[in-house]
Design a protein around this ligand. Structure first.
Ligand code: SF4
Length: 420
């Protein structure tokens, strides 16, 4: 979501005559989009602020580049940032491109002097062959007990279907090769737009009917909202990428309940089956959170068992850290020592790595369609419809074009192949 917001802001500034530079020293405006979803992201933002101090050193207040920090770290740590980094000129509690631009028009004179645009330009990734995003939902109405998103990004707001289609068509016209439609829980699309509003299936059907992208993807899906209808009407469509990111978080019924995820382990197993029936070539990925405050050794064993049973192609795995203000941080004592959490994480990563490697071997010898992302004399980088990098020693196809490759070797995070 932050990548999509940053791309949209960059496109908007570009269309008004700005251009990206290579280093902060060359910039007239520095925008820092912060993220609080995990402690590490938050720490990175603060350390980046520290690195900008030299740019303002010895200059009178207001001189030098305008430094604007935005996003969800700001409301949480505003006083501390103002005290520690007084050279940051503007602090914005949000990162919605529209709101940020309105504020910039007030405080950044070069932008204020530029004429308003009739229609916003598409946020096309500068490397057109890389995935482009359209944000369909901002915020989230779910209340997972560990998650900071509902307070950091606010309640769910849907982008009107017509606007999403128009943005997708503009991306396509600008040369984007494929597209991903985004929402914290994309399956909830339309739920807050009133009775009779188009939902997720209608949104994806409209995109399929009114754009010609070879691959359409969607992110992220809350398992509670995955249904047989979604599997049939969306996932089974050949132009929808065979990729499902379905974060399970835990294999323990007790922990899932305390996380307030809204589904059971049985439901999760059932919908995975439905998805695989609808799409036999499915590449299934997940998120796993270990060391939740009440997680016992037995709960953790249940997570390992689920991982072994379901067979994920890939997983994003993290150790729990309390996010201030969330129900879990307020109501549950974080008793599990950090080294214990990290030990469980290490075990989980080892199990998933091994299983993922075995699962990925099914692609050995297969022919897959890929898009060429980058060419260099010794190696070409391509990407499959399910977002796996494929390295090729030689390639005839141009960057941005599609081609077929035979997979000769598989590694944990990438494949190696040759063009057919
Ligand atoms: S569905 Fe849960 S984890 Fe995902 S953004 Fe919403 S509250 Fe957070």
């Amino acid at each position: 979501m932050n990548v999509a917001d940053a791309a949209e802001l960059a496109a908007q500034l570009d269309a008004r005559g700005g251009h990206a530079v290579d280093s902060p020293e060359q910039a007239g405006l520095i925008l820092i989009n912060t993220c609080t979803v995990r402690q590490k992201a938050e720490d990175k933002a603060l350390s980046f602020f520290g690195g900008l101090k030299a740019l303002k050193h010895g200059r009178p207040r207001g001189a030098g580049p305008l430094i604007v920090a935005m996003g969800c770290v700001i409301p949480k740590r505003k006083a501390e940032i103002q005290r520690q980094f007084p050279f940051v000129d503007v602090l914005l509690d949000y990162s919605d491109p529209e709101l940020v631009l309105a504020e910039l028009a007030r405080c950044f004179p070069p932008l204020a002097a530029m004429p308003a645009l009739e229609a916003p330009p598409p946020a096309v990734n500068p490397e057109l062959c890389r995935a482009s995003f359209v944000t369909a939902i901002r915020g989230c109405n779910h209340r997972c007990s560990y998650c900071v998103v509902p307070s950091a990004r606010g309640p769910q707001r849907d982008t009107p279907l017509g606007d999403i289609v128009a943005q997708a068509q503009a991306l396509e016209a600008a040369g984007a090769a494929d597209m991903t439609v985004l929402g914290q829980n994309i399956l909830a699309y339309g739920r807050t737009s009133g009775p009779g509003a188009p939902g997720f299936c209608e949104l994806m059907e409209a995109l399929l009917a009114r754009t010609g992208f070879r691959w359409l993807s969607f992110l992220t899906s809350l398992p509670a909202d995955l249904t047989a209808e979604v599997c049939q009407r969306v996932l089974a469509q050949p132009r929808v990428a065979p990729l499902l990111h379905l974060p399970v978080q835990s294999g323990s019924a007790k922990v899932l309940g305390e996380m307030r995820r809204g589904y059971t382990v049985e439901h999760y197993r059932r919908v995975v089956e439905l998805a695989r029936q609808a799409r036999p070539d499915l590449y299934l990925t997940t998120d796993l959170l270990v060391g939740f405050p009440t997680e016992t050794e037995r709960d953790f064993e249940e997570t390992l068992a689920l991982v072994r049973d379901v067979g994920f192609d890939d997983a994003f795995m993290f150790a729990y850290s309390p996010r201030p203000g969330t129900p879990a941080s307020l109501e549950l004592e974080d008793r599990l020592p950090r080294p214990e959490k990290l030990e469980r994480l290490k075990q989980l990563i080892a199990v998933q790595r091994e299983l993922g490697a075995v699962r990925n071997r099914r692609y050995l010898g297969q022919e897959l369609e890929v898009i060429i992302e980058q060419r260099a004399p010794e190696q070409t980088t391509a990407r499959t419809a399910f977002n796996k990098p494929v390295y090729l020693a030689a390639c005839r196809q141009r960057v941005g074009g599609f081609t077929h490759v035979r997979i000769n070797a598989v590694r944990t995070s990438s494949f190696y192949g040759e063009e057919r």
